[in-house]
Design a protein around this ligand. Structure first.
Ligand SMILES: [Zn+2]
Ligand SMILES: [Zn+2]
Length: 84
């Protein structure tokens, strides 16, 4: 789809201002990474998770040596050690 943006069309955009949800705006939306709670743009979220969380697992459970991507996940995992 080709969109020609002139000064007039920018002013007359029907979705300017109050409405959200257009795909172009959505990508600029600031979201929170569910894993590390870092705030970043939605368009960067997938790359962030791939680069930061999918490969690197720097946090280790002191009890069983299992590796995790975040301290939070280790803490959650530790709960399973406590049971019993
Ligand atoms: Zn993250
Ligand atoms: Zn463990």
């Amino acid at each position: 789809m080709i969109m020609i943006l002139t000064e007039q069309s920018l002013i007359g955009l029907p979705f300017a201002g109050h409405k959200q949800g257009r795909s172009t705006n959505l990508f600029k939306q600031i979201v929170e990474c569910k894993i590390c709670q870092k705030k970043l743009q939605l368009k960067n979220l997938k790359a962030h998770i791939t680069m930061v969380h999918d490969k690197v697992k720097p946090f280790k459970c002191e009890l069983c040596g299992k590796m995790f991507g975040t301290r939070f996940l280790v803490r959650e995992h530790m709960e399973s050690h406590k049971v019993g």
